[in-house]
Design a protein around this ligand. Structure first.
Ligand code: 9D3
Length: 258
């Protein structure tokens, strides 16, 4: 076992650095940052303004609603982030702008990001960012789905949470990332814990029997049935083994999970 693995270096440029306490101080990602498996640095473009009002945005040329983030404070903040990464040995950090126009985040993209030595994430506010800054400084645009957020921060946190849990050593053997749903291309099976009977509803008998081969078979069958019902698109993108086909065929109509 290696004594220490290079941390993933993450820098975020944001007008709301306080929001990132949600991932830096809590849960699995919080523990990964505390252990030094990943490193998070936050840069506020307002700290790189030069006027008395610390102006970070202005009205759009051509008119229209809302405000646009100024290129210069963002360029200065991104430059500080890049210099910081180069100082820890990341020669060319991957620069991401969180944007509704971006490539939609999925497991494959999460794994691509987790394999990089360093990430710089730019979270926008208002209507967006001056296009010249994006053209000059950004490698990839990423969206987290087709709905409107108030800014890029929550999207950046989604990306960071999903990426950090894939880093080697972040999850214990028990809930290894290999067992996560979407790794095998299926939805998760249902889970049960005490009590054995809750409001008159029993835990499925197979889970109480202690036959681990049978339990494994039941769980895979539940995953297949749930995926067929709720996410047939996932099944279509994935090849099926003979064993899986027969597990699905076993309960064509009845015995379906909710
Ligand atoms: C409602 C305003 N929109 C049309 C005029 C443009 C718009 C600007 C800024 C829409 C959203 C945002 C803020 N969103 C993000 O920064 C964002 C986002 C999102 O809204 N949905 C999904 N993924 C992402 S990543 C960044």
């Amino acid at each position: 076992m290696p004594l220490h693995i290079d941390p993933l270096h993450i820098d975020v440029v944001t007008l709301f650095p306080q929001m990132f306490a949600a991932i830096s101080e809590c849960g699995i990602s919080g523990r990964a940052f505390a252990r030094g498996q990943a490193e998070l640095q936050l840069w506020n473009p307002r700290d790189f303004t030069t006027d008395n009002h610390r102006t970070a945005d202005d009205r759009p040329y051509g008119g229209g609603p809302g405000m646009v983030m100024l290129a210069e404070p963002l360029a200065a903040a991104l430059g500080a982030a890049r210099a910081r990464q180069q100082g820890v040995g990341v020669i060319a950090p991957h620069r991401v702008y969180l944007s509704p126009q971006g490539r939609t985040l999925d497991h494959a993209l999460v794994m691509e990001l987790a394999a990089r030595p360093g990430l710089i994430l730019l979270a926008g506010r208002y209507e967006g960012v001056d296009q010249r800054l994006l053209d000059e400084q950004i490698d990839e645009y990423i969206s987290i789905g087709d709905y409107v957020l108030s800014g890029g921060e929550l999207a950046a946190m989604v990306v960071i949470d999903a990426v950090v849990r894939q880093l080697p050593g972040v999850l214990g053997d028990a809930d290894s990332a290999q067992q996560d749903s979407f790794v095998n291309g299926l939805l998760d099976y249902p889970h049960y814990t005490r009590p054995e009977v809750y409001r008159g509803v029993s835990v499925p008998a197979v889970l109480m029997g202690g036959n681990h081969a049978l339990i494994q078979r039941w769980r895979l069958q539940q995953s297949l049935l749930l995926t067929r019902r709720y996410r047939p698109d996932l099944l279509a993108r994935r090849s099926m083994s003979a064993a899986e086909i027969s597990l699905l065929a076993e309960c064509r109509q009845d015995d379906q999970p909710d």
